[in-house]
Design a protein around this ligand. Structure first.
Ligand SMILES: Cc1ncc(COP(=O)(O)O)c(C=O)c1O
Length: 460
């Protein structure tokens, strides 16, 4: 049981204390997770299979299941210095408002222009692309945070960037599109008629607002067909979780200063990168039997890959051109409901998070969006920060945990990831304030349609 201890409202590490290594949790996962499969050969993907899609160094990291610590190049650390270390905040005002005996902490990743944790991996991936001598990179973006982060990193390292932005988001968030363009990126609403994948989806689903899976197909196709260009992904893959491990390591270093550790760690889950990064060093210890921390991933009830999906091999994109990953999935053909306002709309989940969940090391809960926005507004009013809708899923679960403690009298120490700010999400906040926000929870029948798109590949 945690002891009451006087901890400052904000704890910052010094630049010197910023992590020098990324933490690779797979080193403790006994063989990592089931391998990515090449859909043509149905054999595990080799480095060569991935070489024309991803940067070489990212492939090395992706397939590294053994090294616990991977050095962060000094050039990336110096980029990190622009926005890291990020503060660990004790949510004293939220605790007071809830009247809970629990201690609540959040790690705030929204303090950079892109407004989220995504810059941690964007900085690394753009650096590796430049180091490899590439001229350009492509990517997809949903809510827009990833595209914004990558446009900042591409500008910093002098790379061209082409972003395929999910069409509904590009319409709902024209300002985010302009931030990307200001940093020099080209932004194309997806599905578009500039790729074969986009044209096919437009023929099959005329008028569709698009999906992340579809935007990924377009970005991968463009990378493969363009000289000296590679595709860069903002979540799901192991190397992205690896880069995000700076979040968890900074939390650990800050808590270590006070000689305490959290009892519960909560993160929102889209593709799993912030949650994977937040829990990485703690999970590594847990897998070695060194702690008994509870890990909770929170997803939208409208896109419930962990809580209602299947653990199976599936494509990472909807046009079925990427490798197959063994993950919790709603099916690569799953299209989230258009009334779903925030991000977290990906059909699958990181293979690392999926494996850990499957093995019982992680719990998952889902939340309906109106409840998520109730929590967001409550948090904004007492802690001052206007949270991103995605991050607010974690806030909701943290409040639920703290309220449980109120009933039981437990003094748990709850840590959650506040991944970003919601200043570009005002149309969603407007719906909430106008009382027009609705919740959509797919029926089992709805989910069956997505499950039908999961290929029948059960190798590992
Ligand atoms: C602010 C914010 N938090 C969380 C997420 C979820 O992504 P992930 O699960 O990869 O951390 C996103 C995704 O776009 C985001 O923008």
């Amino acid at each position: 049981m945690a002891q009451a201890i006087e901890i400052p409202y904000k704890t910052y590490l010094t630049e010197e204390e910023m992590p020098r290594y990324w933490y690779n949790v797979k080193a403790h996962m006994k063989g990592g997770h089931a391998p990515f499969i090449n859909p043509q050969t149905l054999k595990p993907c080799t480095k060569e299979d991935l070489r024309n899609v991803f940067c070489d160094e990212c492939i090395e990291q992706e397939l590294n299941d053994t090294e616990e610590l991977i050095e962060i190049p000094e050039e990336i650390r110096s980029f990190y210095r622009m926005f890291r270390p990020s503060p660990l905040v004790r949510a004293y005002f939220l605790e007071k408002e809830l009247g809970t005996p629990a201690e609540i902490y959040y790690k705030f990743e929204g303090n950079n222009t892109s407004g989220s944790h995504k810059l941690n991996s964007a900085a690394a991936q753009a650096y590796y692309a430049k180091k490899q001598g590439l001229k350009s990179i492509t990517t997809e973006t949903g809510a827009g945070q990833w595209g914004t982060a990558l446009s900042m990193a591409a500008a910093f390292y002098g790379l061209e960037l082409k972003v395929f932005m999910v069409k509904t988001s590009s319409e709902q968030k024209p300002h985010r599109r302009e931030v990307m363009r200001t940093y020099g990126a080209t932004v194309t609403p997806s599905p578009s008629d500039t790729t074969e994948a986009g044209r096919k989806i437009l023929r099959e689903f005329p008028g569709t607002g698009g999906s992340l899976g579809c935007a990924i197909s377009e970005a991968v196709e463009t990378a493969v067909k363009t000289d000296n260009c590679r595709y860069v992904l903002g979540s799901v893959l192991d190397h992205v979780l690896l880069h995000q491990s700076v979040i968890g390591q900074e939390c650990k270093a800050a808590f270590d200063k006070y000689g305490v550790e959290p009892n519960v760690i909560i993160g929102c889950c889209g593709g799993g990168s912030n949650f994977g990064g937040l829990i990485a060093p703690y999970m590594g210890e847990r897998l070695q039997g060194k702690n008994g921390i509870e890990f909770i991933g929170v997803e939208p009830a409208s896109c419930p890959s962990l809580t209602r999906g299947k653990f199976a091999y599936d494509y990472c994109d909807s046009a079925q051109i990427t490798p197959l990953a063994k993950m919790y999935t709603l099916g690569c053909g799953f299209m989230p409901s258009p009334n779903h306002a925030g991000g977290l709309r990906y059909h699958g989940m990181s293979p690392v998070i999926s494996r850990l969940y499957h093995d019982g090391f992680i719990k998952a809960v889902s939340a309906e969006q109106s409840k998520v926005f109730d929590a967001a507004v409550r948090f904004a009013k007492c802690e001052g920060i206007l949270p991103a809708p995605e991050s607010s899923h974690a806030i909701k679960a943290a409040i639920d945990e703290a309220e449980k403690c109120k009933k039981t009298g437990e003094k748990k120490r709850i840590l959650f990831g506040l991944t970003g700010t919601g200043y570009f999400d005002m149309s969603a906040y407007k719906q909430y304030n106008d009382g027009t926000m609705t919740d959509y929870v797919p029926t089992d029948e709805d989910l069956k349609k997505g499950f039908a798109s999961i290929p029948n590949v059960n190798i590992y």
